[in-house]
Design a protein. Structure first.
Lengths: 428, 397
């Protein structure tokens, strides 16, 4: 499809009608993960140069009756559906609470909320093992939650408290959790991608050089970033290296159409980001990022592919943020009809509808999940509020992993041995 | 804070940069050598010039003795070979040590520091990267977060300006922002400094750019002995370390011990003990200073020359002890004047040793100009021995 014909109107068109010529036929609901591979093979037969290029569009939740009718069984089990639902609700409720706390003066700085994009975080991260890594951006709270970082640790971090997941030293845009292999929120555009590539390199290295074998295959790294990042050099550099060395990584583009106030269509010569995968020899997939089941299906294939050592995948999730870029963004440029269009496609509402239609759970069961999450988030706020501020003694503690980095003082001892360093009152 | 552990290390005078995982056999020796050299240059007798000349020779002889002090007599090699030897030893000791950079593998490195390593350790441990400095440096950070100890080579250190974000935001800050959860034991190294008519971009003085990054240590090597010892220490450090090598020093020859040794990352090196003035220098300027020292000795001066080696943090003990003895300080550096190492060093000396100073601190830096191509102008950009002589004469008036 020529870039010129790819207009804003296209983005506003119903998802099922959006894909281009390489698009696979509508997938029946409940289509197994192998559809991804099947599409790959089929594409290979007809378009050798585009053998890894294909798009997956959503039919499952978009009201495609034919596809739904073709389903013989739901795409997810009841347990899976409830897990996804719970995680998405957690993301939403948590972020709404952040907005409240921000306006109440409990947290400061730049706070970027994830509302609307939950299907991406949940769809990918809930498939990961503990040892798999997540590298995020400044919009990282919900990635942390999906990866299992307790809501109270994230909230306490946002409150700048000592009990936060980074002891109050990171803040909204720098969430880390070593036990969960959350390798961080990276606040500058694109800088997380090389770090993620390095983590994937380390996984390959552990396997091939250190001969550490895992029955599951390689540990996989997810690099999350937005449409704006895809015009940054690090994106291209790392796509190249990851494919060159067949690293176990999935590049997940959360295309929410806006880089603060820069429309994706004003910034990008060819707005179909997924097409850049095949340019580097890796599969590029376009998926409806408002459809958690479709995201999950694509994610499953991409993650398994990485785990098997077959290399990276580029996945473009078309999604939308329901709030401004950050809580400081007046959000004046996005048109009301665009917002309305995506609001009607709320991924949580859609999943809820699907769960009930498929008789996976009852409305009251979902209500009780919502109640449970409300309690979790309430508790997180209470915990964060009651937690202590970091003491002064914390100031100099993590500047160097080895505090000898502060050097040798005039008396010949290491400066870090001075009590003022442990008290945090030394001048450095 | 691991202050207690570090204090134990330092208390025995061992090389404190040794990581717990590995003993540091030959390090204590190095320190005692230093002390011995200092003692030798101690209070002079009659005939200042003669005395100084002798101690200059003695200091030099000492180094050779230190090198040859090993049972097997040591071995002679060039500075780039010493760096290579350090890499090979550390890679043999620790399988998580790997090399990442442009042409480090099959090509053997632009200055042959990694020559033959790819054959010895394989393409994954000696990773030839595409030309993508910020991305492969960031990869080094990610790999370090996941337990590797990457040595990232800037083919020319100036190229690492392209990786400035990764060096600053990720290498320097990430341990802190993560609340101490992730360590970045990475070494960033490469050929830098003003070479011979390489033009402005390849003749960078980068220390000033990197020195204010929190969480980063910086060392500069100047001899085959300290090049090897500092490289090993940098690899073993839990902190991100930038190791500055100088393009014009790669072919320096020296005899170094056959036994394993490492140098202390945070310690300065006494090059020539003296009484009249403390000259603080590092990297290539060490040799301009030593050239000047010969003239100064002939003129009757007895300068103490210290290679500060650790550009961040400064070894205030060695520096301070010298100032307490000489009461006069000259800083000689190749770094930029504005915001350079010399500027920081001068302020650290004023803060800590003001009362011991009998003269204003002088600082000879290179000029704040893009390094010119023409040799006459290039020479005028960096400090020359004659300027050093003149500065000492002025300070000691």
């Amino acid at each position: 499809m020529a870039a010129a014909s790819f207009t804003a109107a296209k983005f506003l068109a119903p998802v099922a009608a959006r894909s281009g010529g390489e698009r696979a036929p509508p997938l029946p609901a409940g289509a197994s993960s192998s559809s991804f591979a099947r599409t790959l093979r089929r594409g290979g037969a007809h378009h050798p140069r585009l053998r890894t290029a294909f798009a997956v569009s959503s039919d499952l939740l978009a009201g495609n009756k034919a596809a739904q009718a073709a389903a013989t069984h739901p795409a997810v089990t009841r347990e899976e559906a409830l897990e996804l639902y719970e995680d998405m609700v957690l993301g939403r409720v948590f972020e709404d609470m952040c907005a409240q706390m921000y306006y109440r003066g409990k947290m400061f700085g730049f706070v970027h909320l994830y509302n609307g994009q939950e299907a991406v975080s949940t769809g990918f991260i809930k498939l990961l093992n503990q040892a798999d890594c997540v590298v995020s951006t400044y919009r990282d709270h919900v990635h942390a939650l999906s990866k299992g970082v307790p809501a109270r640790s994230v909230m306490a971090e946002l409150f700048g408290k000592a009990t936060g997941c980074c002891r109050g030293q990171g803040g909204s845009m720098h969430m880390f959790s070593a036990p969960h292999n959350l390798l961080g929120g990276f606040a500058f555009i694109g800088e997380g991608i090389p770090v993620a590539t390095g983590a994937a390199f380390a996984a390959k290295y552990r396997h091939e050089v250190l001969k550490e074998s895992s029955p599951d295959g390689l540990d996989v790294t997810m690099a999350f970033f937005g449409d704006g990042t895809c015009n940054n050099g690090q994106f291209f550099e790392c796509l190249n290296m990851a494919q060159l060395w067949k690293l176990p990584i999935v590049f997940v583009v959360e295309n929410n159409l806006w880089a603060i106030g820069m429309s994706h269509l004003r910034a990008t010569s060819d707005p179909e980001i997924w097409k850049k995968g095949p340019s580097f020899g890796m599969p590029g997939v376009h998926v409806d990022g408002m459809d958690v089941l479709k995201v999950r299906e694509v994610a499953k294939e991409a993650i398994e592919r990485a785990r098997r050592g077959e290399g990276p995948t580029l996945v473009e999730c078309e999604t939308y943020r329901f709030r401004g870029h950050s809580l400081a963004d007046p959000d004046e440029l996005r048109k009301p009809d665009e917002k309305t269009h995506y609001a009607a496609r709320d991924p949580i509402t859609a999943l809820k509808k699907y769960i009930i239609e498929q008789n996976l759970a009852t409305e009251s069961e979902l209500k009780s999940i919502e109640k449970k999450i409300d309690d979790v988030v309430e508790e997180a706020v209470e915990f964060a509020d009651a937690s202590p501020h970091p003491p002064r003694s914390q100031l100099l503690e993590n500047v160097f992993a080895d505090p000898k980095g502060f050097g040798i003082g005039p008396d010949g001892t290491y400066r870090c041995e001075d009590p003022k360093f442990t008290q945090g009152t030394a001048q450095v | 804070m691991a202050a207690a552990a570090s204090s134990a290390l330092h208390a025995v005078g061992a090389v404190a940069s040794a990581k717990p995982r590995s003993a540091a056999p030959a390090v204590a020796r190095r320190r005692s050598v230093r002390v011995a050299a200092a003692a030798k240059g101690g209070p002079g007798s009659s005939g200042r010039g003669r005395m100084v000349a002798r101690s200059a020779v003695a200091a030099k002889a000492d180094e050779a003795a230190a090198a040859a002090g090993s049972k097997s007599g040591g071995h002679e090699l060039l500075l780039f070979e010493a760096l290579r030897e350090a890499l090979i030893e550390e890679m043999n000791l620790d399988p998580t040590v790997c090399v990442i950079g442009e042409d480090v593998g099959h090509y053997g490195g632009s200055y042959k520091v990694t020559k033959g390593l790819a054959e010895m350790f394989g393409d994954l441990r000696v990773l030839d990267t595409p030309i993508a400095e910020n991305s492969f440096t960031g990869m080094g950070v990610g790999a370090a977060m996941k337990g590797l100890r990457p040595v990232v080579e800037g083919m020319n250190m100036g190229f690492l300006l392209l990786a400035y974000n990764q060096i600053s935001n990720n290498c320097g800050m990430l341990h802190y922002t993560s609340g101490g959860q992730f360590k970045i034991p990475i070494v960033i190294r490469g050929p830098g400094g003003v070479g011979r008519q390489l033009g402005a971009e390849h003749s960078q003085r980068l220390e000033s750019y990197f020195q204010s990054i929190p969480g980063l240590q910086m060392v500069a090597c100047s001899t085959p002995y300290n090049a090897k010892g500092l490289m090993k220490a940098a690899i073993r450090s839990e902190n991100p370390v930038v190791l500055f090598e100088h393009v014009l020093l790669y072919n320096l020859k020296e005899k170094i011990p056959d036994e394993e040794y490492i140098c202390c990352l945070e310690e300065a090196e006494m090059v020539r003990p003296g009484e009249h003035v403390t000259i603080l220098t590092y990297s290539r300027m060490r040799y301009h200073v030593m050239q000047a020292a010969k003239t100064l000795v002939n003129k009757g001066y007895d300068p103490e020359v210290i290679d500060i080696r650790s550009l961040k943090p400064f070894d205030l003990h060695t520096i301070g002890n010298s100032i307490k003895k000489t009461h006069r300080v000259l800083i000689v550096e190749e770094c930029m004047r504005t915001g350079g190492i010399g500027a920081s060093l001068r302020s650290a000396i004023i803060d800590n040793f003001w009362d011991y100073l009998d003269a204003p601190i002088m600082c000879l830096s290179s000029q704040d100009v893009p390094t010119p191509y023409a040799s006459t102008l290039e020479d005028a950009t960096v400090v020359q021995p004659a300027q050093i002589v003149a500065a000492v004469e002025q300070i000691c008036q």
